[in-house]
Design a protein around this ligand. Structure first.
Ligand code: GLC
Length: 541
């Protein structure tokens, strides 16, 4: 079923959005309270990270009960109120489905451990572990009680991979998806969904930590089709997005082309690895513009030609803030934030805004390792020390790369804890909150620019539906692309650097009109000088 390509999604990390009870953890009532703010921004749908019961080893991605609300976040009645209030305002919800693994606290795993064979077949148990490396460090297998067997955990040791080969597992998981669909949600984000298809015989794979052995396996497409048919497939306009770890364009076309009946769109992360030295996350390096530009072009054109559909984003709960990675944030925060926004909101795909992005939030600038909570960061810090890095070196890397960078409390105002909670926040607010917060930013250049981008996508079919082709591919500072729909054309120029750059404008655009720019008074002529971090979109009818 076709989705509405004019829609824009806003991601809320519930734990850090708005606390109304004073327990230091955000809650569903906090989301209800702030829906009018999001309505003002203009978004259509909210993706919520997991709010289900969980021991919180991985902040809710370790689910112990799939069809309930964690009491820290509220009740099922709050959830229903949230859906209903959203509907009144024209805002729908997309829930996070973590179906690759469950918490080892889940009753399925507990029953399996206690010897129940029916539930043992829910997990991936083997007599001998393979050499695969867990995404959170260490070997991906752990002893299964005292049975002498091992269970697979591609993530934390408390996140046991589920056995999708077992039809009883698929039946349970589809039931969960339907449970939430029947509650009125209009979208799902499927966590690491391209890892669900495991081979029958699992083998050592020394390449890339074992990823090729379990990523994008062909059977994954079969499972997605089964899920589509058993759950959301017949719902008009239902929004589904798969989080695709280390994937390929070929697979993402298969995952998202409408006639495949799998998902509506896919997240990939290649463009967020352009500041990884030698492909390693735990390193520090300036971003590689050539790489970023070429990835955007290959994916933009590849998905356009193959009739696939991208989810467009720079920020989420697993990424440091894009402003700290791609922009001279000290001198050009406003210009950089608006340019980054235009570079995806005018592109082909569905744009996602991560909470706080619309007010230009930045990394928290913590002073000590004690401020970090995330299991991945804590593990990585220890591994770096073990490998011989000094505490200062390891800390500098955590500061730049930790997932906690984006999980800090939403900055509502300049009062204590950024107006997020009256209690003690589960994670400290970023240092910038006295200056950067909703109160100071709401009439400001970043928020209002986002409002305009969202409005333009709704009004202009060329933005929502047009094709994508690369432009100015030789430029060493401008990422540019064209969109086409019928006779109409749109040229989007994005200067990714703090220096001015002169460009010759193609003759056909010289009498075009400025659709949007983050600098006032730009006149179109044969040559244009783009200012630092300028974005400029020229429409030719
Ligand atoms: C996804 C989530 C991440 C989580 C992991 C394991 O990558 O975005 O936050 O830790 O899956 O569920």
């Amino acid at each position: 079923m076709a989705i509405d390509k004019r829609k824009v999604v806003y991601q809320i990390y519930p734990k850090s959005f708005k606390d109304t009870t004073g327990n230091g953890v955000g809650d569903l009532q906090g989301i209800i309270q702030q829906l009018p703010y999001l309505k003002e921004l203009g978004i259509d749908m909210i993706w919520l990270n997991p709010f289900y019961p969980s021991p919180q080893r991985d902040n809710g991605y370790d689910i112990s009960d799939y069809t309930a609300v964690n009491p820290d976040f509220g009740t099922m009645a709050d959830f229903e109120e949230m859906i209903a209030t959203g509907q009144e305002l024209g805002i729908d919800f997309m829930l996070d489905m973590v179906l690759n693994h469950c918490s080892t606290d889940h009753e399925w795993f507990q029953k399996a451990l206690a010897g129940d064979q029916y539930y043992q077949d829910f997990f991936i148990l083997r007599d001998k572990p393979t050499d695969w490396v867990s995404k959170f460090g260490g070997n991906a297998w752990a002893p299964f009680g005292d049975t002498g067997k091992y269970y697979l955990h591609l993530f934390d040791v408390t996140q046991a991979d589920l056995n999708w080969r077992n039809p009883a597992v698929r039946k349970e998981l589809f039931k969960i998806v339907n449970f939430w669909k029947d509650k009125g949600v209009k979208g799902f984000r499927f966590d690491v969904i391209n890892l669900i298809g495991k081979e029958e015989v699992l083998e050592d794979c020394p390449i890339n930590d074992g990823k090729p052995a379990y990523t994008d396996r062909p059977i994954t497409h079969d499972y997605l089709q089964m899920m589509n048919h058993a759950t959301f497939g017949a719902e008009e306009g239902f929004m589904t997005v798969g989080e695709m770890s280390s994937t390929t364009i070929e697979n993402c076309i298969l995952y998202t082309a409408p006639d495949r009946e799998e998902l509506a769109m896919a997240f990939n992360f290649h463009h967020l690895k352009v500041d990884y030295k030698d492909g390693q996350k735990w390193s520090i390096m300036d971003f590689d513009f050539e790489e970023l530009k070429s990835l955007f072009h290959t994916w933009g054109e590849g998905m356009s030609e193959g009739n696939g559909w991208n989810a467009l984003f720079y920020n989420n709960h697993d990424q440091p803030r894009a402003l700290n990675r791609f922009v001279d944030v000290k001198n050009f925060r406003n210009e950089g934030a608006t340019m980054l926004a235009a570079s995806i909101h005018l592109s082909r795909g569905t744009p996602y805004i991560y909470m706080g992005e619309e007010i230009g939030m930045i990394d928290p600038d913590y002073d000590s390792m004690d401020d970090y909570v995330d299991v991945e960061s804590l593990n990585a810090y220890q591994i770096m020390l073990d490998e011989g890095k000094t505490p200062e070196e390891a800390f500098a890397i955590i500061q730049a790369k930790s997932r906690d960078n984006s999980r800090t409390p939403m900055q509502w105002d300049a009062s204590k804890n950024a107006g997020f909670t009256t209690g003690t926040p589960w994670l400290k607010a970023g240092k910038s909150y006295p200056e950067i917060n909703v109160e100071t930013e709401k009439e400001g250049p970043i928020f209002t620019f986002y409002q305009e981008l969202i409005r333009l996508r709704k009004e202009m079919p060329i933005i929502a539906e047009g094709d994508y082709t690369a432009a100015y591919t030789d430029s060493d500072s401008v990422y540019a692309f064209e969109r086409h729909l019928g006779e109409q054309k749109l040229l989007v120029l994005n200067n990714f650097f703090a220096k001015e750059v002169e460009l010759t404008i193609p003759a056909e655009y010289v009498d075009g009109q400025v659709l949007i720019s983050n600098y006032a008074d730009t006149r179109i002529a044969n040559t244009i000088t783009l200012k630092p971090y300028q974005t400029l979109a020229i429409l030719k009818d």
